[in-house]
Design a protein around this ligand. Structure first.
Ligand SMILES: [Zn+2]
Length: 121
């Protein structure tokens, strides 16, 4: 994106062309191009600077807002992904512990150290 001064200058030129009678009717004589040919740079600047400046500022604010929204979305996605990973980790740990518990339980039974009834009590 061009720098802000270039964008204001370009907007001034397009506002001047829009306001120019000769441009609006595509007049062949330069004399009828009151703004784009006949007006001095000072007059053009004095007449169109405020509007051009305002226009570019609004554009900038909209861009900033879009960037802010994109950042917020990215942040939300990172948080959601982290939460999901924690959830998956807990789930797999719970499953592992379940298997270990059953395994341990079966080993004790196999050893005949204690009976099924002992465990139920
Ligand atoms: Zn013109």
């Amino acid at each position: 994106m061009a720098n802000i001064i270039e964008r204001i200058k370009s907007k001034i030129a397009s506002l001047a062309a829009e306001a120019c009678y000769g441009c609006s009717v595509d007049h062949p004589s330069q004399l009828h191009h009151d703004w784009c040919v006949m007006a001095s740079d000072d007059d053009i600047l004095r007449t169109f600077f405020t509007e051009a400046h305002h226009h570019i500022l609004i554009e900038e604010l909209k861009n900033m807002n879009k960037e802010k929204k994109a950042l917020k979305r990215a942040h939300t996605m990172v948080i959601a992904s982290a939460q999901h990973q924690v959830y998956e980790f807990k789930k797999s740990r719970t499953a592992e512990l379940g298997i270990l518990r059953v395994d341990h339980h079966n080993r004790i039974l196999r050893l005949g150290v204690i009976t099924e009834d002992d465990i139920k009590q």
